[in-house]
Design a binder for this molecule. Structure first.
Ligand SMILES: Cc1cc2nc3c(=O)[nH]c(=O)nc-3n(C[C@H](O)[C@H](O)[C@H](O)COP(=O)(O)OP(=O)(O)OC[C@H]3O[C@@H](n4cnc5c(N)ncnc54)[C@H](O)[C@@H]3O)c2cc1C
Length: 397
């Protein structure tokens, strides 16, 4: 019998055979992950030779279920979220064969971490206004500028970077997309402390950093289009993780409600029920979005999902703090940790409440996502864009 990877039964057999050849209990974790990648069972919708089998994305669940049942190690997706959710789909779409072969395997196994050098002090929502310069010098590009809010830059080996290569054309047209080696001379990473006390992110100074042209992703001047793939995937990867019922923030407050009858009031009960229903609606909408995604690239609907995710996380974590009363305000751990992974629903109620504030900023602010939904989902008139035809160097700053 052949193991057609394109149907569920064949994929199940293939996964079981893989498990028999690489028993999770007695195989080194990294060896297991590398072998899983090489067997095409990492992300089945990727091409053969790049961790996949060219199978429909929806079949990944078949592999995951088998591996989970066998207690197989995973690649710690929360630790490598930027690589998995943003860098990988962009490399897959725009990378050369050589780039795909070099970067995707250690990205997926978690041997090499990635960060995202997009935002700058003067360019966040208006990302296309960015001023970090990349100038051609022989086979290299020389990069100078400053990036900010760079999550995991202190851990990352590689960064996806956008920089201005032509200041003489309008802002969206003079940008190029690169892969930057974070260990290269001229890359300086400094921690930025957040409201939680932790420093998940950083400011990054780039001074005369030399990037070989072979690490350019896409055409010169086409970086804005390449970045759209990253940004669309980012929104889905922040708000669209698959969850079981009560798997997200709502599960935490529901648990407190069940365990602490002494805290209950009628008013809080009504709010909890409303938020529980909304959380379930958003969870099921996420399910539908993932099915759409299985059929192609993420669209602007991911923005709506991320918008709802951020609002709910903030409302639910606020409800939990209120529910706990004075106890809910007892956030006293201001240690400047440098966490390896971010868990929105981790630690205590105070942490969850403070961390949720960033959810409506990271990956595009809620106001910007509302604009995207208005224009691209609902077809409403766009915001006036007076700088569309003005060379970047002539824009007011
Ligand atoms: C936890 C966290 C992690 C992050 N990680 C990264 C990372 O790894 N890499 C990276 O590159 N960036 C990262 N960011 C940065 C994030 O993408 C930016 O903060 C975000 O895009 C907003 O940009 P800004 O901070 O410059 O705010 P601004 O763009 O200055 O916005 C300020 C305010 O004005 C509003 N506003 C701006 N323009 C409009 C408009 N046209 N219409 C209506 N309202 C508007 C915004 O909604 C916001 O409320 C992270 C941010 C956070 C909070």
């Amino acid at each position: 019998m052949t193991d057609s990877p394109l149907d569920a039964a064949g994929l199940r057999r293939r996964t079981r055979r893989f498990l028999a050849e690489h028993p999770p209990g007695s195989t080194d974790r990294l060896d297991f992950l590398r072998a899983r990648f090489d067997a095409g069972l990492a992300w089945v919708h990727y091409p053969e030779g790049l961790g996949g089998l060219g199978a429909p994305r929806s079949l990944q669940a078949v592999v995951d279920d088998e591996l989970q049942a066998a207690n197989a190690p995973d690649n710690d997706p929360r630790r490598i979220g930027i690589g998995l959710g943003m860098a990988a789909p962009t490399i897959l779409r725009y990378g050369t064969e050589e780039q795909k072969r070099r970067y995707l395997r250690p990205l997926w196994t978690g041997e090499e971490l990635w960060c995202q050098l997009f935002s700058e002090p003067g360019a966040g929502s208006d990302l296309a206004a960015l001023g970090t310069r990349a100038e051609r010098d022989g086979d290299d590009w020389v990069v100078d500028g400053q990036k900010v809010w760079t999550s995991s830059a202190h851990l990352a080996r590689w960064a996806i970077l956008i920089a201005r290569t032509d200041p003489d054309v309008p802002k969206h047209r003079g940008i190029t997309y690169f892969i930057c080696d974070m260990t290269d001379p001229g890359v300086e990473v400094r921690p930025l402390r957040q409201i939680t006390g932790e420093a998940e992110f950083n400011e990054v100074f780039l001074t005369g950093v030399r990037i070989p042209d072979s690490r350019r992703l896409g055409e010169v001047g086409d970086g804005w289009r390449v970045a759209q793939t990253t940004l669309m995937n980012e929104r889905v990867s922040i708000g669209g993780t698959a969850l079981p019922r009560e798997g997200g923030m709502i599960g935490k407050v529901a648990q407190t409600w069940r365990e602490r009858p002494d805290l209950r009031t009628h008013d809080l009960h009504q709010r909890l029920l409303r938020l529980w229903v909304e959380a379930e609606v958003v969870r099921l909408t996420g399910e539908r979005l993932r099915q759409q995604l299985a059929a192609g690239q993420p669209g602007p609907e991911g923005s709506a999902m991320k918008l709802a995710f951020a609002r709910l996380n903030q409302e639910i974590s606020g409800l939990e703090v209120e529910l706990r009363g004075a106890e809910g305000l007892l956030y006293d751990d201001w240690t400047m940790r440098r966490p390896e992974r971010v868990d929105f629903t981790g630690r205590d109620a105070g942490y969850r409440y403070l961390r949720a504030k960033g959810n409506s900023i990271e990956g595009g602010t809620s106001e910007i996502l509302l604009n995207i939904v208005a224009e691209r989902v609902l077809g409403l008139p766009p915001e006036p864009r007076t700088d569309k035809d003005v060379a970047w160097k002539d824009l007011a700053r």
